[in-house]
Design a protein around this ligand. Sequence first.
Ligand code: FAD
Length: 337
Amino acid sequence: MGKKMKAIIVGGSIAGVSCAHSLTLAGWDVLVLEKSSEPPARSPTGAGLGLDPQARTIIKSWLSHPHLLDETTLPLSIDQNQATDSEKKVRRVLTRDESFDFRAAYWSDIHGLLFNALPETMFLWGHKFLSFVMSQDGSTVKVETLVMETQETVEIQGDLLVAADGYSGYCAWRGVFDFSGDENSETNNSVTLKVSQEMINKMHQEADTIWIPELARLMKETKEPFLNVIYDCDPLERIFWGNVVLVGDAAHPTTPHGLRSTNMSVLDAEVLGKCLGECGPENLSLGLEEYQRIRLPVVSKQVLYARRLGRIKQGLDRGGIGLEQKHMPFFSGAPLV
Ligand SMILES: Cc1cc2nc3c(=O)[nH]c(=O)nc-3n(C[C@H](O)[C@H](O)[C@H](O)COP(=O)(O)OP(=O)(O)OC[C@H]3O[C@@H](n4cnc5c(N)ncnc54)[C@H](O)[C@@H]3O)c2cc1C
């Protein structure tokens, strides 16, 4: 028997732990580098994730106690967004989906389920990925990582680097920085900005025409509103280079309106594991080509649809009424292998 191939996964959130499952099942040795100092506590972190039926089936296939997924999630059967014109006292539905077979969960619950089903030794907490180099023949990859506690740098070698390091950086920090008097500061490309009085007035006017009166009032009574920009990104043309592959938000950052990020991460992991398993270690590039061929068209369409849904859900695109979650490309299931 040949030597076992080793994957280094950067990022121990949903995409990272999902890949840890799928690659282990494909016969790989796996090491996960995560910059957070320790596994998250089981407190109800995050606003909530929506899991579609296909992602749930895949997650269950990775768990030795699949029923736990049903126990830690709740049905999410209607997804509705509506706008209210306070002046004319008229409400209109922006998007509504019924018989929406999703289940809602706290990020920490889903993460905990997936993480606890893996050996602890697979994870290096408090290890921040710094850089990588590929060997000249492209067969191995060397990763440089910073051990946060000791500030030492350590090199680790593997056959594949899986970038599951997300995109938004929300989890690291969220707050308000006062740039007044320092508008040209280099830090000023932060995602959270203090807003001007003019922007606040405009926001209050728009709130009156879009949101329900209670929310519009809450917005007016908020003393220090701030702006938190949510980014997506135009779909990439590639999601692997040599023996480096992107998964999850790192491969396709998306707005939250299509409830896609977590579902896409789980599907990426499943398809990657299956492609590598079927092509075998001697055909790594073929496996990665296959992963990209299957996933790229799906995630590209979903990211662009979520962007449009976001505009409609914010009352910004009236032409798109009728555009619903259930018309999301590949809503009823994306191709596997
Ligand atoms: C704590 C937490 C709570 C969340 N809650 C919600 C929620 O309630 N609702 C929702 O829709 N989405 C939530 N998300 C985002 C959601 O997990 C992702 O959008 C989606 O599941 C895709 O996951 P991901 O693993 O690709 O990216 P992410 O979840 O963003 O994870 C990326 C991981 O990579 C790690 N990382 C980044 N850079 C490095 C580095 N240089 N070295 C080592 N590690 C690195 C990060 O610490 C993080 O753990 C949350 C994410 C986190 C981390």
